[in-house]
Design a protein around this ligand. Structure first.
Ligand code: ZN
Length: 98
C-alpha cells in the first residue's frame, strides 16, 4: 500500500473500523490509536513498520476486476468479498442473478 494514500480523508475512518471490528488487536491496535491521535508522522520507525505491515495485511491495493484503487471507505467490504470495489461487486451480483 502506498503511504501517500494514508493522506486520503477516509483513511482514518478505515483505521477506526479496523479497531472497532476487532480486525486488529493488541500492539497493532495501540499503534493504530496513536496514529489516529498524533498522525502517522509522529510514529517511530519501528511503529511505522508495524503499522504499514498491519495495513498491508488488512487492505487490497486495487480492485481485481477493474484495477482502480479501492477507496478506504470500501476497503472492509473488499477484504470480505475477495478484493473487489463496490461497483464490481454490484455488477457481479447482477450477472449472477441473470
Ligand atoms: Zn472494480
Amino acid at each position: 500500500m502506498k503511504v501517500i494514500r494514508y493522506n486520503e480523508e477516509d483513511f482514518e475512518g478505515f483505521v477506526q473500523d479496523l479497531i472497532s471490528t476487532g480486525r486488529i488487536e493488541g500492539k497493532e491496535a495501540g499503534i493504530a490509536k496513536l496514529m489516529l491521535d498524533k498522525g502517522y508522522d509522529a510514529l517511530s520507525d519501528k511503529q511505522k513498520y508495524v503499522f504499514d505491515k498491519m495495513i498491508n495485511e488488512n487492505s487490497v491495493e486495487e480492485c481485481k476486476r477493474c484495477a482502480i484503487d479501492i477507496p478506504w471507505c470500501e476497503m472492509l467490504e473488499a477484504l470480505e468479498n475477495g478484493g473487489y470495489c463496490n461497483y464490481c461487486q454490484h455488477m457481479m451480483e447482477k450477472i449472477e442473478q441473470e
